[in-house]
Design a protein around this ligand. Structure first.
Ligand code: NAP
Length: 260
């Protein structure tokens, strides 16, 4: 049994859709007060309404996580609304599929800014508050794509997701004096609206390549993130957890076929 997180305050970037929405719901069910950060108001409002309808507490702040002013405003709104910040879920990300031959320098920069620079900016904005409180938690949503696997069209994405894992190792050392941990979850293929856009054929072949024979749910990632936020995980920092139904394990197609 884990100690209660009730009354803690969490920012969930990208909490208006997909995995972030799942993380926000899982945390809110445990009594965590949620601040969702995203650019689109409609989705953010709906995500907040869902949490409130389920008995939780939530608000949103319109924010581009790659913009330092926006991120500072996110912290200000969180402090005005809830009076403190305990947990940062640095989750917002984009994954446009573009092979290098078609990728422009701007395309590369956009993915790196949204996925990687944002991780630094959001941690930087929370850091003084964690330092003052003498505690804090950061959970970064990385991916298996980049750190472990490759996929044509995602060189920029994979680099950004590997970059996040590089970042947390030094960040863990810089945050440790403030009793603040930083860890990453590395999702496999998780069923979200964003992934649904990749088409039925992609989803079916992907599920067939996963030993547990299903795509993950957003709650699967929310539960892993929740563990890193608990008191019981207080001695874990700078680490990463793959949550992928065993997707990275098979050596080859033969290995998957041998399972049946
Ligand atoms: P999604 O369904 O497309 O949701 C992305 C979220 O990020 C939305 O809330 C979006 O809201 C927000 N966002 C995007 N750009 C933003 C920006 N510049 N500023 C603020 N918010 C922004 O994506 P997802 O699949 O849940 O992915 C979430 C995270 O999980 C990403 O970091 C991704 O790399 C990682 N991941 C996903 C999978 C998967 O299978 N789905 C697997 C591995 C890792 P707005 O567009 O309104 O801003």
């Amino acid at each position: 049994m884990f100690a209660s997180l009730s009354g803690k305050v969490a920012i969930v970037t990208g909490g208006s859709k997909g995995i972030g929405k799942g993380i926000a719901k899982v945390f809110a069910r445990q009594g965590v007060k949620i601040m969702i950060a995203a650019r689109g108001e409609q989705d953010a409002k709906e995500a907040v309404d869902d949490i409130i309808a389920a008995g939780g507490q939530a608000d949103y702040c319109l924010c581009d996580v790659s913009n330092w002013q926006d991120v500072q405003a996110l912290l200000s709104k969180t402090l005005e609304t809830y009076g403190k910040i305990d947990i940062l879920c640095a989750n917002a990300g984009i994954f446009p599929q573009q092979k290098m031959i078609d990728m422009s320098a701007d395309d590369w920069d956009k993915v790196m800014s949204t996925n990687l620079k944002s991780t630094f900016l959001t941690v930087k904005a929370c850091l003084p508050h964690f330092a003052k409180a003498g505690q804090g938690r950061v959970i970064v949503t990385s991916s298996i794509t980049g750190p472990v696997t490759g996929y044509p069209g995602w060189s920029h994405y994979g680099a950004s997701k590997s970059g996040q894992l590089g970042f947390i190792k030094t960040a863990a050392m810089e945050l440790a004096p403030y009793n603040t941990t930083i860890n990453a979850v590395m999702p496999g293929n998780i069923m979200t609206e964003g992934l649904a856009d990749l088409g039925e054929e992609y989803l079916t072949s992907m599920a067939a390549s996963i030993p547990l024979k299903r795509l993950g749910s957003v709650e699967d990632i929310g539960n892993a993130a929740l563990f890193f936020a608990t008191d019981e995980a207080s001695y874990i920092t700078g680490q990463q957890m793959v949550v992928d139904g065993g997707q990275i394990l098979p050596e080859s197609l033969d290995a998957i076929n041998e399972m049946t």
